[in-house]
Ligand binder design. Sequence first.
Ligand code: NAP
Ligand code: ZN
Length: 350
Amino acid sequence: MSTAAAYAVSGPDGPFEKVTIERRDLGPHDVSIDVKYAGICHSDIHTARNEWGGAKYPCVPGHEIAGIVAAVGSAVTRHGVGDRVGVGCMVDSCGRCAPCLDGNEQYCERGAVMTYNTAVDETVQAGGVTLGGYSTQIVVTENFVLAIPEGIGLDVAAPLLCAGITTYSPLRHWNAGPGKQVAIIGMGGLGHVGVRIAAALGAEVTVLSQSLRKREDGLRFGASGYYATADRQTFKDLRNRFDLIINTVSADLPLDNYLKLLKVDGTLVALGLPENPASIRPYLLASYRRSLSGSMIGGIAETQEMLNFCAKHGIGAEIELISADEIDAAYDRVVASDVQYRFVIDAGTI
Ligand code: NAP
Ligand code: ZN
């Protein structure tokens, strides 16, 4: 066992407090990482505040992790001491089911082991629950450790481990590219990275944000259109416009209004995971053969592909770097849509 400093909540009302946690001894395939930066994803907030139910306390969130390899187990071949590496939302999966064999570990039929809040054997994590990246150190099996290419700063790379792959995977799956009209709903952490990636893929990108407040940034990220969803005219102007709409909004939305913006055979993809069920009018699917789908992060190989793509295209997250004692305040700002565009914790302050 080794010990690490971490920030944890002991209940849904917080606050975050500094704690000491244990990390397992290195197994032959394990990599020990000195965490340098950890992004704050809205999923961390949903979990820490128990908005999805099932939160296990004390909870150490954090699945946008960038750091440096400190030590490797005897059989590790993929990473070496001193390497720049990242860890995303998963730290293991069964490796044997059809989705795992297809490289879709996130859809593991036995349930992927998520980076935090997943029940595991005490030998994996003391306390029996995975603890995430708001900590100084983490131990992860080598196949779930990603290489962060030279050319992206570790601080702006950290959010790519969730926000990057979560938008990249559906954009690729639904063939966003030249000639495709893509809309991104919500320009927060996921949304702003999604705009950059969709534009780099060659798609024509439109942002659907609550207001025009962040319009200049959206155009700078690569969007060619930017509309306020508070303006009813938006829904008239953009009717039947899009091949693909990516919904990154963390709150309930009137989905019918957005389905009407899809052209024939268009797809609306749910990425945002509000706690409440959604309702739609089936007629809006039938009338233009539209699809409503969803997507969960992405597989490990695809995550590496995304990191390489982002390095090639100079894509990182736009971040506000904070110290660990500012996490509670940062959560409140994320919930108020007041983030530009991802909070990242400097792990040196933990
Ligand atoms: P975020 O930074 O808070 O961004 C969400 C954006 O949604 C906000 O910036 C805001 O954009 C918009 N929004 C928020 N409240 C709204 C409301 N009441 N009405 C309309 N728009 C609203 O969150 P995030 O980290 O990007 O995560 C977004 C969601 O994706 C969360 O639910 C998270 O749990 C989920 N998620 C899913 C996956 C997956 O694998 N599917 C992975 C990661 C995260 P504007 O200011 O531009 O309107
Ligand atoms: Zn996330």
